[in-house]
Ligand binder design. Structure first.
Ligand code: C2O
Ligand code: CU
Length: 483
């Protein structure tokens, strides 16, 4: 009954310890330079999300897609055979600084893989951490075309007993519509009912991303492919330290994550280490990841409450086969009244801090939309590759300023690099930029500006875009390029 990937497909009531298993894959070569092979076949399929059956597209008959687990420095080789009915596809390796030709962005880095065709991605995995992979064509990420990508570093002193991969999603596809229709509908009707929320768009400490939770109403919320009424159950013993690797693969939802009665010790943001920080709850935007450890004292759910939407996802951690006494609805209400930790505000661990240096070039990116036609823009333009990119010089420090001129939050993602979020701190009467976490995706609250710094040491054409898949498909993307 317990599949090797059992934590992804557990039936109700069946529990399995979920630890770091070796990747289900074939390894060739020897020594430190070995290659790990994976085979992906995106296809139309029917999935059971825990009593909810949907017709969708996925990598085989499972959600999330199979876990990739590989060591830093190994070569990942992934053969992708497109078995989708009538659409091209790609795979993007979200967060990895790899050669541009392997980045999986149609038009910019490769032609989409047409139905019946094959493409093989092959690259050395550069950094340890919690990542994920997903299709980068159209709305395919909002179907089932995603999965976790865990890169281990044997040199990383691991201070925990078990680890648990937690993939969050908001699900609408194949319920009574599909994601392309949902997008077309938004484009047809715009966003009726959008209110003017004033200069701050309702941003407060408890609501750091403002009033507006998203464009898609009433999806199911999933953890590891299951709805909260039939959650995955994982068995532990009391006192165990669990490293949670949480990935937000959702398209239109940020989540508040917490474990009732347990403090999260946040250790990594988007795969990179931070100076550890305790938190009662964390907010995680689309495309972001967080690693946190907890010391389990009793049976307890992990809850991911949708930000400014109704509903939540859960997973049950069970100690000694007792049921949890936590009332999930009450806990969700409590979560919504907390000030969640935004991992972008954490300090990068010293070993991953970028060297201090002033930017050689600054690019302003004004985020706009949606207007009346559901257009989301950067500097008043919708994405039009390969036109309208921003040329930068190689081997320089570049700063992008994401200036959010909308009433909605945007999780902004940049490919090909892990940037350093710059926090603006007041010093006397002036504002200075001071370095915070290393990340690849950062929440930009309504009417706020976030600066990110990075070095141009990985040439190519790198897209930057909102990781709300609807906003991306409706234009909120551009790219930088250098030789
Ligand atoms: Cu996870 Cu360009 O995306
Ligand atoms: Cu957006």
């Amino acid at each position: 009954m317990i599949d090797r990937r059992g934590f992804l497909v557990l039936a109700a009531g069946v529990a399995a310890a979920c630890t770091s298993r070796p990747a289900d894959s074939t390894t060739s070569g020897r020594g430190a330079t070995n290659t790990v092979d994976f085979d992906f076949r995106p296809e139309a399929t029917e999935l059971d999300l825990g009593g909810v059956t949907v017709d969708t597209w996925a990598y085989g008959n499972q959600l999330p897609g199979r876990e990739i687990r590989i060591r830093k420095g190994q070569t990942l080789r992934a053969s992708v055979t497109n078995q989708l009915p009538d659409r091209g596809t790609t795979i993007h390796w979200h967060g990895l600084a790899i050669p541009n030709a392997m980045d999986g962005v149609p038009v910019l880095t490769q032609p989409a893989i047409e139905p019946g065709q094959n493409f093989t991605y092959e690259f050395v995995v550069p950094d340890a951490g919690t990542y994920f992979y997903h299709s980068h064509v159209g709305m395919q990420l909002d179907r089932g075309l995603y999965g976790p990508l865990i890169i281990e570093d044997p040199a990383e002193g691991a201070d925990y007993d078990e680890e648990l991969v937690v993939v969050l999603d908001d699900w609408i596809d194949g319920v009574d519509t599909n994601v392309d229709e949902v997008l077309a509908n938004l484009q047809r009707t715009g966003m009726p009912g959008m209110e003017d929320e004033g200069p701050n768009a309702g941003v407060t400490p408890v609501r750091p991303m403002g009033e507006d939770g998203g464009d898609v109403k009433d999806p199911y919320y999933l953890i590891n492919g299951r709805v909260h009424t039939d959650p995955q159950v994982v068995d532990y013993s009391a006192g165990q330290r669990i490293r949670l690797r949480v990935i937000n693969a959702g398209s239109d939802t940020a989540f508040r994550i917490g474990v009732p009665g347990h403090t999260l010790t946040v250790t990594h943001a988007d795969g990179f280490p931070v100076i550890p920080k305790p938190a009662e709850s964390v907010i995680l935007g689309q495309g972001e990841r967080v690693d946190a450890t907890i010391t389990l004292t009793s049976s307890v759910p992990l809850i991911a409450a949708a930000y400014r939407k109704d509903g939540y996802a859960r997973l049950n951690m069970r100690v000694g086969s007792t049921a949890s006494s936590v009332k999930a609805d009450e806990y969700v209400d409590a979560l919504r009244n907390q000030i969640p930790l935004d991992t972008a505000t954490l300090s990068a661990a010293p070993e991953v801090m970028l060297s201090q240096s002033d930017p050689d070039q600054i690019i302003d990116m004004r985020l706009g939309g949606p207007g009346s036609g559901y257009l989301w823009t950067i500097n008043d333009k919708t994405y039009d590759p390969p036109n309208d990119g921003y040329r930068v010089e190689s081997n320089q420090r570049v700063r992008i300023r994401y200036i959010n001129e909308t009433d909605m939050f945007h999780p902004m993602h940049l490919h090909g690099v892990t940037f350093q979020v710059m926090r603006s701190v007041e010093q006397g009467s002036a504002n200075r930029a001071s370095p915070a976490a290393r990340k690849d995706t950062v929440l930009v609250a309504p009417r706020q500006t976030v600066d990110i710094d990075f070095d141009t040491n990985n040439p190519g054409r790198w897209i930057t875009h909102c990781h709300n898949t609807y906003h991306l498909d409706a234009g909120m993307a551009t790219f930088i390029y250098y030789e």
